[in-house]
Ligand binder design. Structure first.
Ligand SMILES: [Mg+2]
Ligand SMILES: [Zn+2]
Length: 197
């Protein structure tokens, strides 16, 4: 079953309100996803998805924090070092900057499954951010990602959730959209404005 980008699903009665902050997944949300079981270990493997930088720029223009939350287990598995990860993150910053966009903060889980409280679907990366952005009420924020793991992390932290996919199947997300640009445009639309038909 396919859901329209504007359709609201699951436990919330209405489309999420204007978010105070945007939590963004990285691979498959901002940049092209590596093949299953592989990791982006070098800056030259990083390619932004169409519209992703424009979406971040729109969040920046709305004066809402854009906060990256990403699982990078490749570090724990010895497939890349922390400095490899830092180089990839620097490249991401550089690519976004070329489009006039920026991230307010980045949180990366570099741990093995079951070794921490921050690997999504655990909410640790989001709750840590909430501690660093003291005026943030997680209930008024949104988590956007391309996997159900992102949705579950958002729900565990109490945020609204958006799943980016063309074929959602079964998702607990509040909203489904085909890409980040569409999701951000929907979320930042003024409440008076009618959703597109
Ligand atoms: Mg992802
Ligand atoms: Zn972790």
């Amino acid at each position: 079953m396919k859901y329209a980008a504007t359709e609201v699903r699951s436990h919330r009665k209405s489309r999420p309100g204007l978010p105070e902050a945007f939590f963004l997944d990285r691979d498959g949300t901002l940049n092209e996803k590596p093949p299953p079981g592989e990791y982006i270990t070098s800056p030259r493997q990083l390619t932004l998805l169409p519209g992703a930088a424009a979406a971040v720029r729109r969040i920046n223009a709305a004066a809402r924090p854009a906060i990256l939350v990403t699982n990078q287990r490749g570090v724990a598995r010895g497939l890349m070092s922390e400095s490899d990860l830092a180089a990839v993150q620097n490249r991401l910053t550089e690519l976004l900057r070329e489009h006039g966009a920026f991230l307010d903060a980045c949180y990366c889980c570099v741990h093995e499954k079951g070794d921490c409280h921050c690997r999504k679907p655990s909410p640790g990366l989001l709750t840590r951010a909430a501690g660093d952005f003291p005026h943030l009420d997680l209930r008024n924020t949104v988590m956007i990602g391309d996997t159900e793991t992102d949705v579950l992390a958002g729900r565990a932290a109490g945020t609204a959730t958006v799943r980016l996919t063309d074929a959602p199947g079964d998702t607990a997300a509040d909203l489904v959209a085909p890409d980040l640009r569409t999701a951000v445009d929907l979320l930042l639309k003024s409440p008076a404005e009618k959703p597109p038909r």
